[in-house]
Structures are given as C-alpha cells and as structure tokens.
Write a protein that binds this ligand. Sequence first.
Ligand code: SAM
Length: 512
Amino acid sequence: MNNIQITKNEIISDIKKRVEDKILENENADLLIKLINNAEDIDEAIEIAHLGNKYKKTGLNYDVRLVKASHVIKYLYKDENLSFKNKDAEITHKLIIGENYEALLNLLIEYRNRIDVIYIDPPYSKDKMGDYAKTNYNNNITRDNLLSMLYPRLVLAKQLLSDNGLIFCSIDDKNYAYVKCLFDDIFEERHFINTFVWKKNSSGKTEKDKYTVNTEYVLLYAKTAMYALEEVFKPLAEATKALYKNDDGDGRGLYRLYPLQKPRDPGPETTYDYVDNNGKVWACPPKGWRMKQSKLKELENDGRLCLTNTTLSEKAYWNERKSEGKRIDTLWDDLPENSAGTKELEEIIGKDKFDNPKPVELIKRCINVANNNAIVLDFFAGSGTTGQAVLELNKEDGGNRQFILCTLDEVTDKTPNGIAHDVTTKRLKRIMTGECYDKTNKFKWLEKNDILDDNLDVYEIGKVSDFENVDGKTPFELINEENYGVKKFNTIKEKIDWVCNNFEITEKEIEE
Ligand SMILES: C[S@@+](CC[C@H](N)C(=O)[O-])C[C@H]1O[C@@H](n2cnc3c(N)ncnc32)[C@H](O)[C@@H]1O
C-alpha cells in the first residue's frame, strides 16, 4: 500500500466512526468513501472528507417552503364597495383580503423598513392547511407544518419592519418552543425581548391525563438593537393602593413608606450610622443603607423621611407616581380573558361567526409599546381585532396610528362568503362608521360605544401575467400606482418604469 492509500484509509475510518456516532448517514458516507478512493491526491481527499463534517445540521430542522419565480404579477386593487370614508377623517387604514405571502410582497413596495409594530396570531391548532401542532411534534418534515408556513412570511415581515420595529406573536403551549426557535433563527436570539404569559381563562377546560391549560404566550422580538419600548402600565393591585394611607396634612397628600435598608451586599458609601437633624443616631443596618449619606440628608431636609417608627423609612407620595398603574411585567393576568374577545365580536356582528378572536385589550397592550404614530401590521388578522385595538388607542390618547391588516377570505361553516366578507369588513365598517354595509345600524356595540371614525381602504389581490395580456389588459393598465402611495404618473413611460422596477418581487411564489 502506498502512502496516499494509507492516509486515505485513515480518513475513511474517521468517516466510518462518524456513521457509528450517528453524525453522518450511511448513504452519504458510502458516497464520500467512493469519492475519497478516487481522489487524485491527499488534499482532494481531505476536502471531500470535510463535506462529511458539514453534513449534519444540528438544532431545529424544518422544511422551508421553497420559493420559486413565476411569470404572474400579484397586485392590489381597491374594492370600492367595501372601502369607505368618514367625513373629515384624516387617517386611512388598510385591509388586504387574500393570501398574506402575496400581500406582504406587495406591501414591500410601499412599506419596506417602515412598519413599527407587527402583531400576528397565526393559526396554531387545526386549519385547512393542516394540523400544525401534530406535525410539529413529530418534527416530520411536512409542507403543512406551522414552521414551514411561517418561515417565508417572517422573512418578508422582517424586511417590512423599520430598524426600531417590533414584532409580537401569539402562540400556545404546544407550539411555543418551536416558534421561539424559528424567531431566534430569523430575528436572531439577541433580538429576543420578552415572552409574555397571558392568562387566557380562569378555569380552563379539564382534560384527561393532563392539567388544565389556562395560559398562552406572546413573543416579542425587535428587528435590531435600536428599538425603544414605551412605558406601559397596568392597574395597581388594590392591596398596593391601600398602602398609600398616611397623610401629614402638609398638602403633599397620601403616602406610603418604603424601607431604606439595603437588601444586598453592603458598600463603603452606604455603610454608616445616620445622625438625623435632632441628633438621633440610626444604627447602620446589617447590609447598609439604600443610598449615600448626603442623599439621605436631602430627603430628611425635604420632610421625606419618617422618623417616628423604630426603623427609618422613606415617604413615597401617591401624587408623585409616574402613573396610577404599575409598569407591566411578563405576567399578563390582569387582562380580559379569551371569552371577552368572543363577547366583543358578538356585540358587533352577532353570535357564532368566528372562533376565538383575541380580546381587544390584549392587542392594545402589545401595540402600546410603540409610539402613538406607529404603523401597525397584522397579517393573520382574522376577525380584525388588531384594527379595533388601533382605533381604540387612537381615540384614548389622540394618536395617529395606522393599521394594515391582511387575512384570507377562508370559507368556513360559519362564514359562507369567507371570513373577510362575513366578519372582518363587517366589524370594521360597523365600529368605524356606526353603520352596516346595508345602511342599517342595529347592533349592540353601538348602544355603549362611540364610533371610532377614520377611513378604510379594502384591497383584493389581482393576478396578471407579465408577458400575456389578460382580457386585453396589460399590468401597466391594471396596476394603479395610487394604491401604493404614489401620485398618478404623467406619462406611460414613467408608469412602465415604475411597474418594471417594483413588481418583479411579486412574481415569487411558494411551492405548495
Ligand atoms: C388565529 S386567527 C387570528 C385571529 C385574530 N387575532 C382575531 O383576534 O380575530 C388566524 C387567521 O389567519 C388567517 N390565515 C391563515 N392563513 C393565512 C394566510 N396564508 N394568509 C392570510 N391569512 C391567513 C385565518 O383565516 C384566520 O382567520
């Protein structure tokens, strides 16, 4: 045996070891061994062996639906019958009826890097596209699982987000771990901000062989590290409010007491005996004080120390709180539960039209983390709760948020004309104008609520070949630039340039 063959044999035995260790599959090893045996020199054999090192992917593997190019342009056209304007309203919101992958490609034309907040609530149990939860569990690579459906859409969603944009995703306990990994992959783990736990019902459905599930999750990621979160508050617990019970009658109002002892390690600047203005000595607590001596003196001189108890404490006044509430944390057990979402929708469009819409307050809490001029996108909009959340927040704080919703017109037993026609448009028309499409106004919501105003443009997705004229119409005639925030072009040349430069991306299709 010559030297080359000896080295090749060593490389091959290393490959066989990889098969034993289950790092490499048999068929791939056989192929590599054949190639190594045929290699002309050692360098080539080593390079081939390297392919075996790269082969096994670790971590979460799923089938990313393939995207291919077609010759079909998808474009948005306005449905004038469903769109409406309110007198004097300045904000125009959008609803796109159709497949969200196509909608997202179209939104890139006008909104690339411009969306401030995305909230999505993808179908995570049964759906006509498949039983997502089950396929995820077996991690069968199927084209119908939740991850492969979400992947290409999230890639586009990321391109739509502004550099300080945020994305929320509602998800249940079965799919949380998988979807978290998907988000880590696409948005990167370093841009993960929080997982919120929402208490979706108090009692929950009793299930055999397991404990009742009464929570769901909301993931929050940023596109980049440049994001900023607004302060969001939840109501203060009654027990905490009750602590504000002291009043010195000095006009500063009610206050509560906070201990001044340091809860953790003592430091040189915070370890001292404190002598108050009356000469009383307060012995240094075991772990020191919460602040330096000079700061403590400032508080005393401003009448903010309570010197009458056995331990020294600070007065915190109710009137000086930043908010009447408490800054939110990741436990969302103070929000309305799932059933509230159903009741809210029922009051607007009647009973039994859509399963499990989210409560408006849940989505308001998410959107509230961005400023009040945010552009808010929901591309699994369902009944349109995100639209209502945006409208209500604008009413409450005078904001100018704009919503863009997209949802499939899925036909179900409850919605023979499709969800978008039977639920989403109806809901938005009624709460925004106080009228139904047939001009009547008999719905319960109106008895207790003010109309939420603003305008709505409803779009559907048209398809046209990029080289064949359909019904004698070219893409240049069919596509209206005004639907993309562009002023009408003066010449056909300008229009052709614009269509050619912008619509090629809409020719992408996901292989089903
Ligand atoms: C869980 S629901 C969202 C409910 C919504 N958060 C609400 O409060 O009403 C998901 C919605 O996404 C829609 N959907 C599913 N796949 C879609 C797709 N590929 N494009 C657009 N919408 C889709 C479904 O028809 C369904 O209405």
